[in-house]
Write a protein that binds this ligand. Structure first.
Ligand code: WTA
Length: 637
């Protein structure tokens, strides 16, 4: 932990917000919810039936109405989306354009028989049609489930099947590093055996040839004669807005379910407090909408505020490492929000590249997704922000819906400490606790928990209330278990130390060990597999796989390695490609049969045996030691 601190004041001081939140968090959030436009008032602010929270019960609203309709009198001609394609294409959609497109598409969805509560899987690249699709679903009360377009057909299939989506929206292809990814082909493959899918809507992004199937509808044809008038549904505050699948350590990916009123209240407030959003701002978040950051802070939060968003289609370093700075300069970006992985990559190429661009329009810089190393924080602050932009390190999760820890220059000035996401947002209760749930003294490592319900919290896991309870609410009574290690220092600043469970964070992408291991084990020569992450200078973490082959397999290991990589790319997606694969004769397990991943991690990192004695799985040190020795002997890299 770094003792240096930096203070940048934006001149805002609203200390009342924290005071009010502390005195009564329920009436505090009740007041914040009034910033949204409701069709009818709620009767109860919070219905807390642990661990299920319902916010603003009985109130009705519509997310799309709050994102678009409310701006039509004041901002109809203001750009909502400034879109930049990877190949240099660009387009501008004003708030009026966006509403017209969304209404047309809402009517198109209705014409296909889609109804309130039905699910729609969206598998699109970063094009405005992705936002249009989400907002159209929200308008008619359908539940969207966006799948990151880098996921493979098997991963996509699992998600469509779990949500039982009636419609899949995709594109003929998407651009990635200059080549075309044939998304429609991946969808065709994914839905082959799925009866639930009635239609596939294909947006013609690249105009490549596609095989047309009976279920297919072209975006352009559906939109041609569709009306620009569509009344938004009046939805109860806890009506599900979306499902977003995220990875865990066991079983299949979990469908995190978010509601409407609470979620939007959380987004509206955090976006204002953390990013001090003004009508004149140009906001650029580099996240793909396929992940939660994109849902919350590319689509919903900025639109709620009538802000202008820059949306970029491709890879951040394509055609070269200066692409992001070129976009900041071209669109006069004032708020930039990215990941530590991207920053580490930019930093590696030195100061000359960003220094050759005009970045003077920037006034706030955000980061999210992984812990940021203090030296990267300082580089961001000095080289990109020229020491005049506060660094907004935001900690949160798919499950929390929005930011939970973050500096809030929109309401207060505090000294920033490089590497710390500072304090909880007002109206939330975060703590660092030990194994028994007792708060640990300052500067002591423990588990990060959330002790009171918050508006952005997930409603449940789609179709699995029991799993929701076990994953998040069984370790501690009445506290949400985040799965992260943290420290709270003597000044009350939180420092996130990374995952306490086996969830991997590779280049900021959340990847579950379970999905990865079952994908590797689907190779016909593999008996069993275990994966773990080890530190990487740029990506934060990379994946190492330990593989036990079936008896009698005599194949060349190099070709097996290639085959396994192919299986993973097809099973999960390229983001989950292991960096190294080790073949072993058996995996070390605890008496109850649990794989000792921490031990594997120590081996992969070449750590001393001493480190494994701190294992938390209860196995006796000597047992761990012999498993460790045996494994080391049996490894063939
Ligand atoms: C990690 C992304 C340190 C953390 C919004 C969390 C962070 C997981 C930070 C959630 C941060 C996110 N500092 N770690 N500022 N932000 N994380 O669901 O481990 O993709 O539990 O949501 O990312 O990842 P998810």
């Amino acid at each position: 932990m770094d003792s240096e601190s930096y203070t940048v004041s934006l001149g805002n001081n609203n200390s009342e917000i924290r005071q009010k939140a502390e005195s009564d968090f329920i009436s505090f959030w009740d007041k914040q919810a009034k910033n949204l436009s409701w069709f009818s008032q709620w009767t109860k602010t919070l219905d807390w039936n642990p661990p299920f929270a319902k916010w603003f019960v009985g109130g009705t609203l519509n997310a799309c109405y709050n994102a678009l309709d409310i701006h039509q009198n004041t901002r109809a001609e203001k750009p909502a989306i400034l879109w930049e394609g990877e190949n240099g294409d660009s387009s501008v959609l004003t708030y009026k354009d966006l509403l017209d497109q969304v209404n047309k598409f809402s009517n198109a969805l209705k014409s296909l028989g889609l109804k309130k509560g039905d699910r729609v899987t969206i598998y699109l690249p970063m094009v405005p049609e992705l936002s249009i699709s989400m907002l159209a679903c929200a308008r008619i009360g359908a539940i969207h489930t966006v799948v990151f377009s880098g996921f493979s057909s098997i991963a996509l299939k699992d998600r469509i099947d779990d949500s039982k989506s009636k419609i899949v929206i995709t594109a003929d292809g998407g651009y990635r590093r200059g080549s075309v990814v044939k998304l429609k082909e991946i969808v065709d493959d994914a839905i082959k055996e799925l009866d639930c899918v009635q239609n596939v809507i294909v947006f013609e992004r690249t105009k490549i040839d596609i095989t047309k199937n009976p279920k297919d509808k072209l975006w352009s044809e559906l939109m041609k004669d569709s009306s620009t008038k569509c009344e938004p549904e009046h939805l109860e505050s806890n009506h599900p807005l979306y499902i977003l699948y995220t990875s865990g350590t066991t079983g299949k990916p979990k469908g995190v379910l978010h509601g409407t009123g609470g979620y939007l209240t959380h987004l509206y407030s955090t976006f204002k407090w953390a990013f001090d959003i003004k009508d004149s701002d140009i906001f650029f978040c580099t996240a793909d909408i396929g992940w939660v950051t994109g849902h919350s802070y590319v689509v919903y939060a900025p639109l709620l505020h009538g802000a202008t968003v820059v949306m970029y289609e491709g890879a951040p370093d394509y055609p070269d490492i200066s692409r992001m700075w070129g976009i900041v300069q071209k669109y006069k970006v004032s708020i930039f929000y990215t990941t530590p992985t991207a920053l580490r990559m930019f930093m590696k190429f030195g100061d000359a590249i960003p220094n050759s661009f005009n970045l003077s329009t920037l006034r706030l810089l955000g980061t999210v997704g992984e812990p940021i190393n203090p030296e990267v924080w300082k580089w961001y602050f000095k080289t990109i922000g020229k020491e005049k932009c506060p660094i907004i390190d935001t900690w949160w999760q798919t499950e929390t819906g929005g930011m939970m820890l973050s500096p809030l220059p929109g309401i207060e000035t505090i000294p920033l400490k490089p590497g710390s996401a500072t304090h909880p947002i007002p109206g939330t209760d975060l703590a660092v606790v030990d194994e028994s749930g007792t708060e640990v003294p300052s500067n002591t490592k423990g588990y990060l928990v959330i002790r009171k319900p918050w508006p952005g919290m997930l409603l449940t896991l789609w179709g699995d209330d029991d799993k929701y309870k076990t994953v998040y609410w069984s370790k501690y009574e009445n506290s949400y278990y985040s799965g992260d290690y943290a420290i709270k220092d003597e000044d009350g600043y939180f420092w996130i130390l990374g995952r306490a469970d086996d969830v991997l964070k590779v280049a900021g992408h959340r990847i579950g060990t379970a999905e990865l291991e079952s994908s590797i084990a689907s190779h016909s020569d593999v008996a069993e597999a275990a994966v773990c992450g080890i530190p990487d200078e740029i990506k934060g973490e990379v994946i190492i796989a330990f593989v036990v082959l079936k008896q009698g397999i005599k194949k060349n290991e190099e070709s097996l390695r290639k085959e396994i990589i192919k299986v993973v790319r097809n099973g999960v997606g390229p983001i989950a490609t292991p960096e190294q694969i080790y073949f072993v004769s058996k995996l070390p397990k605890t008496r109850s049969g649990k794989i000792m991943r921490r031990l594997l991690k120590s081996i992969a990192k070449n750590d001393k045996i001493g480190d494994v004695s701190t294992l938390e799985d209860g196995a006796a040190v000597s047992e761990v030691q012999s498993a460790f020795d045996e494994l080391k002997k049996s490894i063939k890299k």
